[in-house]
Design a protein around this ligand. Structure first.
Ligand code: MOS
Length: 732
């Protein structure tokens, strides 16, 4: 189905099932421990041996030799496969560093060996007996040191066609020079780790030339193609399966060493092998959100109209890697005739930087929305009103191109009202309760809505059960549930007549889980398949398609009606389709908006910050399931508190690795850190996004939260911290 004109009335609009806060259909499997995760596939890969991955102990250089003699004779050892046993493996389009093979070390903890044994403990013990000798080379590990010489990259990242790597609208330099009120500040955000609960893990098995990998992946279509390319296999000889995933946050968008080494190890020992990356390897062997140094310049008239907006970001990555696109929201969020955005990319030899939840906007909004708070203060305007004053209903870089829906003002107004914003103390450091300094802060929330084609197959059987199959994944987001709701609505069935099967590369290719595009696109793909199935049912029953209604497990047309199951009495009826998108996103900018409000208390003596209250008001199209959507937003708000107060991968700039590479050293919020959270969704349907009229919320909920916390801390203490995370040493 090609979606290239705004959606009109369709069966989803009945909202008999869609739009309701239903419990997760997979909740019971998960909470009873019966959902099979990648490392526990005894059901399909019995007798799996254990692989233990050894990562390089240097940040850059070459492996000179690997002495495996002691490891090979250790108890229980079945095989040792080293990177010197094979030439460099191919690198897939989604990987920057090589995943295995050959002597070169591009980053710390790049995999150099996998040791396979009967038990995990035996494999780990034998791995400690490997001797690896290196020729170390000096590497570049310090973003601050490399930033000065970092070249400009990109240009308009959306179009990729700009002649200049600096995107300009109007005359920023002239307008900034002339502006009566100006801000020019530089901010930093640290390297961050996804820190998902389930580490990267895979179980692999071979049957002749055919490889099956049970893994933990957000993107099955990419993963299958990439492991085939990496191992030199025909794609048709690879199956990838990832029905349950213990969190991803972008860290599982791409094929990683666990899958590749499980496959190589399984080949070496002739039986299934499972590999989970240890916590240090998750931090240093896989990807992370790159640190940024961001300069923001704002110029405004005395009455608060922005006339000049510049945002320049520098990040680092391995050679061939991409910049963190921290300036992307600044192209779209506020009006202003004169604009400049650019990115610089320093070549570093740290582990690969890549997508982490809301790549670009998450660290970009952490900065832009502090800058807006600072500017509001210079202007003497309330920060909510300052943002409202500079709202735009069209793409500020492409006049005449409207937003499909943009309710930022409504989010801010409703948020301010509910939060009691008008009653706050406006003098920084001016409110105290005993030892606690009390502050309130807010920020806008913004994240784009991305369209990605997505397919599904649906099958009606003689019992009146519809089975949905797609390689879409559920990373804890609720995909199973909203897909079941979509099929139930379309086919006029109750939820218990829908079976959803996900994450298998034998199923039709989907959008996958990334960029908060999973919900809208994957359900739109199921919608498309269900439209075809409805046609097949209508034809089979000989009904008139013009007035056919699917409801209450029945099909009705005129004065005729039949049970839906009747269409499948002589065999199941199947249909497959995908949603594809035309040019609507050229005509309309599609984004999601929020207002974030936070109350903090900062200990006047220790500088300890406690978050006391959080509110998010979100406008993100139709909310397919308010319960799972709320869970996404409160999880994202929690991540925003982590980004504001705790999270930072600390770089050892001598040796080139992240020092605090585990969940003891890399701090994320715990329950005690998180107070009451309130989430409000504005009524919105977006007929430009898809037939579902939905958009994403999973990343929106994060974007802006960090700045709202930072602004609240400023309001509490009068100390403006521009260097995340805002640890207590920076307040005293
Ligand atoms: Mo997201 S960082 O695209 O999983």
């Amino acid at each position: 189905m090609k979606f290239d004109t705004p959606a009109t009335q369709n069966p989803i609009d009945q909202l008999k099932v869609v739009g309701h806060p239903l419990d997760r259909v997979d909740g019971r499997f998960k909470t009873t421990g019966t959902a099979p995760y990648a490392y526990e596939r005894h059901d399909v890969a019995p007798n799996a041996a254990y692989g233990f991955v050894v990562g390089a102990g240097i940040g850059k250089g070459r492996v000179r030799l690997i002495d495996t003699s002691a490891a090979k004779v250790a108890p229980g050892v079945l095989a040792v496969v080293t990177t010197l046993d094979m030439p460099p493996l191919e690198t897939s389009p989604h990987n920057v560093a090589r995943l295995f093979g050959g002597p070169d070390i591009q980053h710390y903890h790049q995999a150099v060996a996998v040791v396979v044994a009967e038990t995990f403990e035996q494999a780990r013990d034998a791995a400690a007996r490997l001797r690896v000798d290196y020729d170390r080379e000096p590497g570049r590990f310090d973003l601050a040191a490399a930033a000065g010489a970092a070249p400009l990259v990109g240009g308009d990242s959306q179009e990729g066609s700009s002649a200049s790597p600096i995107d300009r609208v109007g005359d920023f330099d002239g307008a900034f020079a002339d502006a009566p009120v100006k801000l020019d500040e530089t901010y930093t955000t640290p390297d961050e780790s996804h820190a998902m609960m389930e580490p990267h893990a895979s179980t692999a098995a071979w049957e002749g030339e055919k490889l099956t990998v049970w893994t933990s992946s957000q993107m099955i279509t990419w993963g299958k193609a990439d492991i085939a390319k990496t191992l030199g296999l025909k794609p048709e000889n690879v199956r990838m399966d990832s029905p349950y995933i213990g969190g991803g946050f972008g860290g599982k968008l791409f094929l990683r060493a666990d899958a590749v080494l499980a496959a190589l190890a399984a080949k070496a020992v002739g039986r299934p092998v499972k590999v989970a990356l240890t916590r240090p390897l998750v931090a240093n062997n896989t990807t992370h959100r790159p640190a940024t140094i961001q300069r923001v310049r704002l110029g405004a008239t005395r009455d608060g109209k922005l006339t000049a907006i510049a945002h320049e970001s520098t990040s680092g990555n391995l050679k061939g890697g991409k910049p963190e696109t921290a300036v992307s929201q600044t192209k779209l969020l506020y009006a202003g005739a004169n604009r400049l955005t650019s990115m610089r990319l320093a070549e570093l030899d740290l582990p690969e930087g890549n997508s982490m939840r809301a790549p670009g906007e998450a660290p970009g909004m952490m900065v832009l929305e502090i800058a807006m708070d600072e500017m509001a203060e210079k202007l003497g305007i309330d920060p909510v009103e300052f943002r409202i004053l500079n709202d735009t209903q069209e793409d500020p870089e492409k006049p005449g191109r409207p937003f499909s829906q943009r309710q930022l003002i409504q989010c801010l107004r409703q948020g301010a009202e509910r939060f009691g914003w008008a009653n706050r103390n406006t003098r920084p450091g001016g409110k105290r309760e005993g030892r606690w300094l009390i502050g309130h802060g807010m920020a806008a929330g913004f994240r784009n809505n991305l369209l990605v084609k997505s397919g599904a197959r649906v099958r009606l059987d003689g019992q009146g059960v519809v089975t949905v199959e797609t390689d879409m994944t559920d990373i804890g987001t609720g995909s199973y549930t909203i897909i079941a709701q979509t099929a139930a609505e379309m086919m006029g069935l109750p939820m218990d007549k829908i079976v959803v099967r996900l994450g298998d590369s034998d199923f039709p290719s989907s959008a996958g889980s990334g960029g908060q595009f999973g919900a809208n696109n994957s359900t739109a793909g199921v919608y498309a398949a269900c439209v075809k199935l409805r046609d097949a049912v209508t034809q089979k029953l000989g009904f008139n398609s013009a007035d056919v209604v699917f409801a209450d497990s029945q099909v009705r047309s005129g004065n005729r009606s039949a049970p839906l199951a009747q269409a499948a009495t002589d065999g199941p009826l199947s249909a497959e389709d995908q949603i594809e998108y035309g040019d609507l996103s050229k005509k309309y900018q599609q984004s999601t908006f929020a207002g974030h409000f936070v109350e903090v208390a900062v200990d006047a003596y220790t500088g300890e910050t406690r978050v006391r209250r959080m509110l998010a008001v979100c406008a993100a199209g139709r909310i397919l399931n308010p319960k799972s959507a709320r869970s996404q937003v409160i999880g994202a708000m929690t991540m925003g508190v982590g980004a504001a107060l705790f999270e930072a991968l600390e770089v050892d700039t001598r040796h080139g690795f992240f020092v605090n590479h585990d969940l003891a050293g890399y701090e994320v919020p715990v329950h005690a850190d998180i107070p009451h959270q309130e989430v409000v969704f504005l009524d919105e349907v977006d007929p430009i996004s898809s037939p579902m009229k939905a958009k994403g919320v999973g990343e929106l909920g994060l974007c802006g939260v960090g700045a709202a916390v930072a602004n609240a801390i400023y309001n509490a203490t009068g100390v403006r911290v521009r260097d995340y995370p805002i640890t207590l040493d920076k307040l005293i």
